[in-house]
Design a binder for this molecule. Sequence first.
Ligand code: ATP
Ligand code: F6P
Length: 475
Amino acid sequence: MAFYALPALHQGDVTQIVVVMVGLPARGKSLIAGKVKRYLRWTSVNAEVFNVGKYRRTDNPHPDAKFFDVNNPEGEKARKAAAEAAVADMLNWFKNKENKVAILDATNSTKSRRKWIHDKISEANLLHLFVESKCDDEDLIMANILEVKTTSPDYIGQDPEEAAKDFRDRIRNYEKVYQTIDESERNLTYVKIINIGARVVINLIQDYLQSRLVYYLTNLHIKPRSIWLSRHGESMYNLDGKIGGDADLSERGQQYAKLLPALVKQSGLPKDAPLTIWTSTLKRTGQTARYLQEELGWEKLQWKALDELDSGVCDGMTYQEIADKYPEDFQARDDDKYNYRYRGGESYRDVVIRLEPIIMELERSENVMIITHQAIVRCIFAYFMEIPQEKSPWMEVPLHTLMKLTPKAYGTEVEKFKADIPAVSTWRPKGSTAKHHDSVSEGMPEVVVGEAEGTSTKLKEDSVPKIVMTGLPMP
Ligand code: ATP
Ligand code: F6P
């Protein structure tokens, strides 16, 4: 039995880094901070956000714009104290050498504040990466204020219009003293993202993790879009309870493929925005995409990185056969499913590493439909929904169910659309070797949405979207 030692991102001695956010209010700093934390945690790097606003709120929960005026000594004092408390906690957090990246989320909008932070970080022997988000698109800023600021804890119980006006005034106060990072700070390692990546300035990147972060940051965009995620239709191997392989779809799997265009349409498609379909290189995902291509004319792209977790010597076996032939391995996998690597195959940890380019490409892309496999869906879903490693490999991802993920300001919205085409359940609870069997119907009333050749194309009423909000907490 072999365990994967460390993911690519861990190779060598990963340094401890402070990512220091810089920028006026409503420039997406908290959104970026949350995404960086989520991305790093997904790649097994311990990361934490230190949001100075949260510290300030303990003494000043509902300040008005005047509090942020530099000519208000009380406000200045309270804000400095909040920054000091956040930095002190952050430095303390780094005493645990397993903790690798802290994101200091505040405006840090003056050179003197940045010098103070830089000195503190250097004294503690930590690396830094200043990330400035600069944006002068007034309409976008107003939209940001209305989207997230009027519902901020700072304005609880207040009229949204008044809140928006006060927040605008708060920004004006910051603008009086704001200094963008310039040549005089060329000793700093920084990335400056102007108008959401329309221009990017990068300075003095020295470290592997710094450069990965810069690459990630420059791929981000905030255009509205969704990602559709589905397992392939039921396969002949699924029917036999066998794992891996390159089997064809079963009769019911083909029915799912036929229904998929109607299901995707029912989920709500963006107008005049064709989707690209990404599949693995295995037959069952290509066959599932067939009618999406034929009926909707969508382009298909195959990715080897989307192939199912490689089960090595166990490929083609049932879980019972694995338990009989390799009982220790079977137990080891149950004990630590994320890290267990099949003999001659992969672990979930390995899969996450090969999925990193997929995540980067997904961040850069707009609407995409991914048809892939159980373990791969789990890993991609875990990235968007911040599911911890001990839970993600055990998630139940039923066959014949389409998920629509829509990134929002501080999280991802999930809608699930279940096709009324029975399929075996391939989910194996810990300790079990049960053979795959038809998943039990919840007896939901059905809603007819269309008719496909030779099959019932009914959708269950629980295809009425189940919406779950999760991901990044409101700062
Ligand atoms: P504050 O200083 O008040 O905490 P902030 O800069 O942290 O503000 P966020 O709370 O992250 O701002 O604002 C989120 C909003 O910013 C969302 O509406 C999001 O769409 C938008 N946004 C995300 N990235 C950017 C960007 N690079 N430039 C401008 N707006 C962005
Ligand atoms: O059974 C379907 C399947 O896609 C297999 O090919 C694969 O080995 C397995 O699911 C992954 O799920 P788990 O990690 O729970 O065994």
